[in-house]
Ligand binder design. Structure first.
Ligand SMILES: Cc1cc2nc3c(=O)[nH]c(=O)nc-3n(C[C@H](O)[C@H](O)[C@H](O)COP(=O)(O)OP(=O)(O)OC[C@H]3O[C@@H](n4cnc5c(N)ncnc54)[C@H](O)[C@@H]3O)c2cc1C
Length: 321
């Protein structure tokens, strides 16, 4: 508690009172798939969508906000993320089935959603079982695999915008293209409604098993990674260009271009985000030189490079979790 008249430099002291949970200097390397990344200045886990909306409408405009899902498509830099990082928790993990439709909170994992659809005899969501990540991340990235993508099964979704207003959007309003949406960056997706077709749970389970087997055979799924590093350029495969440029197995510090699938970067155990991003940039440089093609990152690199304040210290200061 500060003495009267004193002002604090700590961001957490300038944040609105919430029913959810704030954590200061929260170590994000524990939650990213790469197992790297510096701390969130403040990590916020909203109690529910009303709490999220109240937070966004009450916080001052100078405070940056970043939303993350389960960080399977993120490379968080070693200096961490300034401002508030929002991560949706248990309050956003409900699933409800209605006919061939299925509603899921944005915090639901893709696998859990695919399993629920299978159990309810809803076909068309099988591809999600092979994509690590949450519904929220999938909505932003138009996640897809094995010929399916989120944009094809999405009917509508609920969003809280940066001013704390709740909005319903149709799938068309998301402006989806390959691994991309036109949705405003300040949107936090909270829930989505999907539609599949009637199917036989046994056949659906068979297709999901096949997806899993194929993934395990072709991707380094048991190593810390961030999935496909670069977007496939039109008419080309990023992995082929990377192979052609001689980058398979290329290393930098503890980071390596996977031998198994060379569009995947892996953390061999002691990589930093700087190693991984630097390696990715080196791959881009070599591919450009060798093939003339400029690769674009599919993984989102966010946050600031390492600095003296990057030491992650978990300090829980407020909340009721
Ligand atoms: C082994 C492996 C294999 C993969 N295979 C595939 C694949 O086949 N196909 C594919 O498409 N992807 C694949 N990925 C990438 C990743 O799983 C997907 O992009 C996934 O949709 C990301 O979800 P996430 O919850 O992890 O999001 P994050 O990585 O946490 O975030 C990704 C983006 O979504 C935004 N975001 C997250 N939640 C919300 C929300 N609630 N509201 C608003 N914005 C939000 C974040 O701000 C960020 O910009 C793979 C990753 C790995 C590690």
């Amino acid at each position: 508690m500060m003495a009267a008249g004193m002002t604090s430099n700590r961001l957490i002291d300038r944040l609105p009172v919430v029913r959810g949970h704030y954590a200061e200097n929260a170590d994000l390397s524990k939650v990213t798939w790469f197992r790297v990344g510096g701390p969130a200045e403040v990590l916020f886990r909203p109690a529910d969508s009303d709490d999220l909306a109240a937070f966004l409408s009450a916080k001052t405009n100078d405070i940056p906000v970043t939303v993350i899902g389960v960080a399977s498509n993120l490379l968080i830099r070693d200096g961490g993320i300034p401002g508030v990082v929002i991560r949706l928790g248990d309050a956003f993990t409900d699933i409800a089935v209605s006919g061939p439709g299925i509603t899921a909170g944005a915090g639901v994992s893709n696998l859990k959603l695919a399993n629920a659809a299978r159990d309810a005899g809803i076909a068309g969501l099988e591809f999600l079982s092979g994509i690590p990540g949450s519904v929220g991340g999938g909505l932003r990235m138009n996640a897809g695999a094995f010929g399916g993508e989120i944009g094809q099964i999405l009917i509508s979704l609920t969003v809280v915008n940066g001013r704390g207003e709740k909005i319903m959007l149709s799938a068309e309003e998301m402006g989806y293209s390959y691994r991309h949406s036109e949705a405003a960056e300040d949107f936090v997706f909270t829930e989505a409604f999907f539609r599949g077709t009637k199917g036989d749970p046994v056949k659906i389970a068979g297709r999901m098993k096949k997806i899993q087997t194929e993934r395990e055979a072709s991707q380094p799924v048991k190593t810390p990674t961030g999935g496909s590093t670069f977007v496939n350029p039109p008419g080309k495969k990023a992995w082929q260009l990377i192979d052609q440029a001689g980058c398979r197995g290329l290393r930098r510090g503890g980071a390596m271009v996977s031998e198994k699938h060379c569009n995947f970067l892996i953390n061999c155990g002691d990589a930093t985000a700087t190693d991984l991003e630097g390696l990715g940039e080196e791959v881009r440089r070599r591919v450009k030189k060798q093939t003339g093609v400029k690769l674009e990152w599919e993984i989102r690199c966010i946050g600031i490079p390492a600095g003296p304040s990057a030491e992650p210290v978990i300090k829980e200061v407020r909340g009721d979790e």
